[in-house]
Design a protein around this ligand. Structure first.
Ligand SMILES: Nc1ncnc2c1ncn2[C@@H]1O[C@H](COP(=O)(O)OP(=O)(O)OP(=O)(O)O)[C@@H](O)[C@H]1O
Ligand SMILES: [Mg+2]
Length: 313
């Protein structure tokens, strides 16, 4: 299989003031040593609670943020050594979809023009007729009928706007789509429609996807694999069914329990010494070793990876 993306040892730390009234600084380890690899047509779901580093990870992958260390190789190009030509291609080959479609749609562009713009900019159509056909095709494929072509984003519902944003991402024939919480701002019934649209894209095209959500119930339907992040680190990764039906890490188990209605994590002081496991303060299964040594992400069973001392015994 073709490898589209491979990330290794990625770290991004921020120095932040503790409070508005203090000069004391602290380091936030937004992404703390993440590896991932993605094949053509594969969708990786990234889950984790707010602040776990999901957006920072993909912002680094899209070069919107410069990582402190780590390598990102996209379609054979190492990002740490890119030139401007490669960057332009990159802008075409990776597309992002945000939670709020307003951030990817120009409010002054009609829907038709919002799709025509990237088609023309990246020379995807040969002539005017070809461009028109392509725009019509793309909007049709995301479920937007011709009645909407001349409307502005504010004249549409949130779900329709997100469809247009997805169409705009598809317009450049990308290799990779990064969707950062693409359904979180939508009503549950509309969420299901948009998730179906992503599943449809997955079936129709060979586009790879990184699909971020804090909600495991959202990523499970679109993802081949799921990566669970906690405080900048990957605590568990594996095939979607394995993560869902055989979660091994206490944090993943807590996430699964919480969507099934139960809740088991203990509250804890999150600001403990950074040497041990980041989940230590909240963990049900912690032992003394967990306070001192950060567990490595290791194979538990044929590609199902877990970072937990209790699991690896
Ligand atoms: N530009 C920045 N400056 C300082 N700290 C930042 C910056 N960007 C992110 N952080 C911090 O890095 C950590 C990870 O943030 P990030 O936005 O990547 O999390 P997330 O998993 O996407 O969360 P959410 O689900 O809320 O979107 C957080 O503690 C956040 O406050
Ligand atoms: Mg985020």
């Amino acid at each position: 299989m073709d490898k589209v993306l491979s990330v290794s040892g990625l770290k991004k730390y921020y120095e932040v003031k503790r409070s508005a009234f203090s000069y004391k600084k602290e380091i936030v380890r937004a992404v703390d040593g993440v590896d991932l690899s993605l094949e053509r047509g594969q969708t990786l779901g990234i889950v984790g609670e707010s602040g776990s580093g999901k957006s920072t990870l993909v912002r680094c992958i899209m070069l919107l943020e410069k990582p402190d260390v780590g390598d990102i190789v996209f379609s054979g190009v190492n990002f740490t050594k890119t030139n401007d030509n490669q960057l332009k291609r990159l802008r075409k080959d990776i597309q992002i979809i945000f939670q709020d479609p307003y951030s990817s749609l120009n409010p002054r562009l009609r829907i038709y023009d919002a799709i025509a713009e990237p088609v023309l900019f990246h020379n995807i159509a040969h002539d005017g007729d070809d461009a028109r056909q392509r725009v019509t095709e793309i909007l049709g494929s995301v479920g937007i009928s011709e009645d909407f072509f001349q409307k502005y984003p504010h004249e549409m519902s949130g779900g329709q706007r997100q469809r247009v944003a997805i169409g705009r991402a598809l317009a450049t024939n990308p290799l990779l789509i990064v969707a950062d919480e693409p359904v979180s701002s939508l009503d549950v019934s509309i969420q299901a429609q948009i998730i179906n649209l992503f599943m449809d894209i997955k079936e129709r095209t060979k586009i790879s996807m990184l699909f971020i959500s804090h909600d495991l119930n959202v990523v499970r339907f679109v993802s081949d694999e799921i990566m669970v992040m906690y405080k900048g680190r990957v605590v568990e990764q594996g095939k979607t069914d394995n993560i869902f039906y055989q979660p091994m890490h206490p944090y993943t188990q807590m996430l699964i329990d919480s969507i099934k209605g139960g809740f088991s994590s203990r509250a804890g002081d999150d600001n403990h010494a950074p040497t041990g496991c980041a989940y230590y303060p909240r963990c049900e299964r912690r032992t003394s070793v967990c306070a001192e040594i950060a567990p490595e992400l290791k194979d538990y069973d044929s590609g199902h990876m877990v970072a937990c001392h209790a699991v690896h015994g």
